[in-house]
Design a protein around this ligand. Sequence first.
Ligand SMILES: Cc1ncc(COP(=O)(O)O)c(C=O)c1O
Length: 267
Amino acid sequence: MLHRAVAARAGLECVPVGVDDDGMRVELLPDMDAGAVLVTPAHQSPTGAVLAPERRRSLLAWAERASAVVIEDDYDAEFRYDREPVGPLQGLAPERVVYCGSASKTLAPAMRLGWLVLPDALADAVAGEKALDDMGSPVLEQLALADFLEAGELDRHLRRMRPRYRARRVALVEALARELPEVELAGVAAGLAVVALLPRGSDERALATAAAQRGVAVHPLGFSRFDPASGPPGLVLGYASMPEPALARGVAEVAAAWRELQSARAA
Ligand SMILES: Cc1ncc(COP(=O)(O)O)c(C=O)c1O
């Protein structure tokens, strides 16, 4: 959603591309006359699908044919709980792919530090835009992050956090199965949020509002769509910052909100 606002502000026209269980439907691109495509191939945001290997290949082949740029937002690839994370697309086509990484998921969003790996042809222009935009990111924070990386601390931190996040994910998934068996989960075991699909016809916004009134923040899935009604209703539930008992309590509140809405509908 934010990406769309950023692109629109830069004067770009955004067009949606469908996604399914294998990630972005790359076969739709040739008919779109696009100059760039934004993808989250390691873990589609927010559905959690991984871009299928043949689609990764077709995406890069399309970019080459169309002289287009692939913007790879690798925002949470470090967290995959069922197998090793897939490698970035950037390494396969460094002159076609703009790689975007961020410390927001691995360390803290408040740091506001991220990085780009750019095709040679774009590096100077992007550095120039960034200088005009903010005159550069804070140097002390960058040096501290560099030191943290060089000392191997980020790797240690990730090794420590992966099992914790995995346990939180398991607790959330178990609580959903127990309290809200009506929902179906989407996506692979990765990242820091779970997508719970609600039965067709459910009002995801009303449920998010009712959950918020009970002190639990969840995001309607439609917030991430061009047309909120273009797919099944659902909720995005983050689990990174809460221990397991709090997650179970949170799900119990969402379930109570759901039942209340169901009874109000039936009445
Ligand atoms: C899809 C996606 N990309 C990137 C980011 C990271 O953004 P930033 O580095 O600006 O915090 C997020 C954070 O929530 C995200 O959801």
